[in-house]
Design a protein around this ligand. Sequence first.
Ligand code: AMP
Ligand code: ZN
Ligand code: ZN
Length: 303
Amino acid sequence: MKCKKCGEKAVIKLRAHNISLCAPHFQEFFERRVSEAIKKYSLLSLHDKILVAVSGGKDSLNTWFLLKKLGYKADALHIDLGIDEYSKKSREKTEKFAHKIKGNLKIVELKEEVGFTLPHLAKREGRKACATCGLIKRYLMNREALNGSYSAIATGHNLDDETAVLLSNLLNWKMGYLGRQSPLLPSWHPKLAKKIKPLCEVTERESAAYAILNQIDYIYEDCPFSQGATTIFLKGILNQIEEKSPGTKIRFYREFQQKARSLFEEEKMSLSECPTCGLPTTHPPCAFCRLKSRLLQKEGKSK
Ligand code: AMP
Ligand code: ZN
Ligand code: ZN
């Protein structure tokens, strides 16, 4: 297998693009796809100050690494959810990487924020751990972006993540979610940073290869609470389709963005500021402050 660009030994075959590439040409390919997605979807300008939400996984570490490499101002936020060994390892990998690239990393601990780790909180709340975790992560990302005057929050979602969610939203005709399923969610309140997904057009496999070639040491394990069963199943189905018809995933995603997403766009709900924390919310007080006050009440009752 030879590199299509230079004839040297190829390290990866990309059937969706009908090419094999050597290590340097694959890196060039990956970086070009990310910077083209940034341009095409107008994700960023060089004036943006970016906060990358870094979990310690390959995708978010790649996002941070690459945004800096492309010349953007990018710091990182890691949320330590206190999920036993998994969180310990994720935090270690993130800290080690920040040190390696001399990047600014802020760590926020859930235990400090609400007095409980995620496993305890999920038990107390009797809610699905993933829903609670999603709410907390979104809130803390927004709050830290506001406190640090960041104009953009970047996450590591890749093409496999995005197409699996897209398929799920289509199968269930989730109109509102479909309207919001974009690599760019513009800011719609002065206190909210825009949200961007720079890796939306690279696959999980390409992202893993890029991390390995750049010696980025990441956590392989999935979160033990991961509700992922459905997502993993849908990713498997999409991979089977891709196997038969290479290029389907990227076409499915791009053409949805170009031709269909705007059909599902709903009017934005008006936002007001949470009386407790000041962050914008559709239903004040915000869900995070409501969660906190429920926990305090329970605490009071159990004393
Ligand atoms: P997930 O929902 O776990 O698939 O993660 C999606 C994206 O959310 C990741 O690519 C990260 O950008 C971000 N993220 C997930 N977990 C954390 C965390 N503990 N701290 C900071 N960012 C996170
Ligand atoms: Zn080459
Ligand atoms: Zn609040």
